[in-house]
Design a protein. Structure first.
Length: 321
C-alpha cells in the first residue's frame, strides 16, 4: 500500500462517492451520496479545496477524506464542522488520526481568514454505529456535547389530518416566497444550539438551489402573504438506489415564535406526509436535536415518526472567547 496525501480535486466526485459508499456499507450510517451530490460540495464557495480538504489516495482510489468548510455566518462562535471518513479496509492504520490532526491545525487558519478575532469551535459528528470514530475523537480531546435523533415515518401507515390554525393557509413552496422561508428558518432557529443563520447565498446553495431540493414537497404556512411556518424537503436519489425506498427527507421545519403552540408544525407535517404519499414516496425522514427546547421531538412522535438512529456531536474549543 502506497498512500499519497493531497486535497480533493474538482474531478474527484466519482471517486469520493465510491469511498462514501464503502463506508456506508460497513457502518450502515444511512448516508448515501451520488457523484452529482458530491460535485456540488466540491463546487461550494464555503470550502477552499486547496486548503480546506484532504484525501489519502491509494493509486487512483480515495481511502480517506476530510472536508472542512467555513460557516456562512458566525454571530457569536464560529462552529466549523469537519466531515471526514476512512475506508473500512484502511482503518487502524493512522489515517484517521492524521486527518483529525490536520483539521485541528487547519481550522484556525481558515477561521482567521473568515472571522478574525472570534472564538472557534470544531465539531465532529458520528453515528452510534461508528464506534471507531467516537474512540478516535475522544482520544484527541474532543468531548460529546450534543445528540441528534434520526427519525423515520412509514407513509403506508394512516396519516391523521391536522388542519391549520384559523387564519392560516398552507401552500406549496414557490420562488416568490423563498426569501420569506429563509427568514422564518433563521428566526425559528435563532436560539438553537450550534445555529448558523443562512445568508441568501448559502440558502440558495444548500437549501433551495441544491439538486436535492424538492419544491413540490416543500410547504409554507402563510398568514396573508407573510410566511410564518416552513417545511423544506430534500430527496436523495442515491438513498433510493441503495435502499429501494423513496424517502422524502424533511430538511427544515420551523415556525415563528408568535405562532408556536398553535399546531402550525403539526399541520405542515400532516399536509406534507399526505402529499409525499401521493407523489410516490414510501417513507419520510428527519433529524432533531434530542434537547430541542421547542418540543419538536414530541411533535414528530405524535406525527408518527420513530427514532431509528442517533448522532453524537463532539466538540473542541480551538480558540476560546
Amino acid at each position: 500500500m502506497s498512500i499519497s496525501w493531497g486535497p480533493l480535486r474538482e474531478d474527484d466526485a466519482g471517486r469520493w462517492a465510491a469511498l462514501t459508499a464503502a463506508i456506508q456499507a460497513t457502518d450502515q450510517d444511512g448516508e448515501n451520496y451520488g457523484a452529482e451530490d458530491l460535485a456540488e460540495d466540491l463546487a461550494s464557495p464555503l470550502v477552499d479545496l486547496a486548503e480546506g480538504t484532504l484525501v489519502a489516495r491509494d493509486g487512483d482510489r480515495l481511502v480517506a477524506f476530510a472536508y472542512l468548510p467555513v460557516k456562512p455566518t458566525a454571530p457569536d462562535v464560529h462552529r466549523m464542522g469537519l466531515w471526514a471518513g476512512v475506508h473500512p479496509g484502511h482503518r487502524r492504520t493512522g489515517l484517521g488520526t492524521r486527518i483529525l490532526d490536520w483539521a485541528v491545525e487547519t481550522a484556525p487558519r481558515l477561521h482567521e481568514r473568515a472571522y478574525p478575532g472570534r472564538p472557534l469551535e470544531l465539531q465532529l459528528h458520528t453515528r452510534d454505529t461508528q464506534v471507531w470514530a467516537a474512540k478516535l475523537f475522544e482520544s484527541r480531546g474532543f468531548t460529546p456535547s450534543r445528540w441528534f435523533f434520526q427519525m423515520e415515518r412509514d407513509l403506508a401507515a394512516e396519516i391523521e389530518a391536522r388542519p391549520p390554525a384559523d387564519g392560516l393557509r398552507l401552500t406549496t413552496w414557490s420562488p416568490e416566497h423563498d426569501s420569506g422561508a429563509m427568514t422564518v428558518r433563521n428566526e425559528a432557529f435563532r436560539s438553537h444550539w450550534g445555529n448558523s443563520p443562512h445568508t441568501p447565498e448559502s440558502w440558495t446553495e444548500k437549501i433551495s438551489g441544491t439538486r436535492a431540493f424538492l419544491p413540490e414537497g416543500s410547504f409554507l404556512a402563510l398568514d396573508g402573504d407573510r410566511v410564518v411556518g416552513v417545511l423544506i424537503t430534500h430527496y436523495f436519489a442515491a438513498d433510493t438506489e441503495v435502499t429501494g425506498v423513496r424517502e422524502a427527507w424533511i430538511q427544515i421545519i420551523g415556525t415563528l415564535a408568535p405562532w408556536r403552540g398553535r399546531g402550525v408544525a403539526s399541520a405542515l407535517i400532516a399536509h406534507a406526509l399526505t402529499e409525499f404519499k401521493k407523489q410516490g414516496y414510501g417513507r419520510a425522514g428527519l433529524s432533531v436535536d434530542a434537547d430541542n427546547a421547542t418540543g419538536a421531538l414530541g411533535v414528530y412522535e405524535r406525527s408518527g415518526f420513530t427514532v431509528v438512529q442517533r448522532t453524537t456531536t463532539y466538540t473542541s474549543m480551538l480558540i476560546p472567547a
